[in-house]
Ligand binder design. Structure first.
Ligand code: G3P
Ligand code: MG
Length: 245
């Protein structure tokens, strides 16, 4: 379906938020987990600082995964860079930094690890965030073929327009009735679906449109096997120690 020239080079399993539940999420420490368990691909979440630096973090707010406070998009990068993004997870991770998107590109390249970059945004910030992510992709991620995904159609449309070399995947929780129109309009290469909403029939329909299918977040061996039997192409997991590549 897609018009991107990117090769589809992604392995079956990828680690959710870089190290799954085995390292502080969306940090460089998760890469050690992947190396240990022979994972060649990670998923991580990206959002934007007040001064337009794309960086890795899942939540809108800082409290859960850092020692900072408030909305992440209201801070400058220098303030966020000085936060501790590891202590909440364990003392041995004290001092862990929030990575910028360009820094994670260097780390992934060094370890030969592929990436699924999920764009997130504080409400109302979608277009600006996606514009700066697209800029960072063009500057720092060329030839690394990251797969760019989002729950936001608006953000994916910006990436298709501003960074057309990169394949995009539409994220769904439940699968909406108009999913075919959405993926066609955005020229998607893949659909990423909450695993409980997938079945063999819908996977076949997705494949018939030329789409790859990713299931998230799968932390159980039997569930992963069932999804692969349905024809699911990729599995995003918090447990790279349990689900073997
Ligand atoms: O990309 C799959 C998954 O990461 C989407 O959910 O909330 O963990 O970012 P979330
Ligand atoms: Mg995510």
């Amino acid at each position: 379906m897609t018009t991107t020239s990117a090769p589809w080079v992604y392995p079956t399993f990828l680690a959710h938020r870089i190290g799954g539940t085995l390292a502080p999420e969306n940090t460089v420490s998760g890469i050690d987990v992947c190396v240990k368990h022979d994972y060649r691909m990670v998923e991580f979440d990206v959002r934007l600082t007040a001064n337009n630096v794309p960086f890795l973090m899942h939540d809108d707010t800082l409290e859960r995964t850092t020692n900072g406070h408030g909305m992440s998009n209201e801070w400058q990068w220098i303030d966020l860079y000085n936060l501790d993004a590891g202590s909440w997870f364990g003392e041995q991770f004290a001092g862990e930094k929030l990575p910028a998107l360009y820094q994670m590109g260097i780390v992934c390249q060094r370890h030969d690890i592929l990436a699924n970059i999920e764009m997130k945004s504080c409400p109302g910030n979608e277009r600006r965030t996606a514009t700066h992510v697209a800029r960072a992709l063009n500057m720092f991620w060329k030839d690394r073929w990251p797969l760019v995904s989002s729950f936001s159609q608006e953000m994916l449309a910006v990436v298709r327009e501003c960074a057309p070399d990169f394949p995009v995947g539409m994220l769904f929780k439940d699968i909406p009735a108009d999913w075919k129109d959405i993926v066609k309009r955005l020229d998607c290469s893949s659909v990423h679906v909450k695993h409980t909403f997938l079945n063999a029939e819908i996977v076949k329909e997705m494949h018939a449109l030329g789409l790859k299918v990713m299931a998230y977040t799968v932390n159980d061996v039997d569930a992963a096997q069932a999804l692969l039997s349905m024809g699911v192409d990729h599995i995003c997991t918090d447990r790279p120690d349990l689900l073997r590549c």
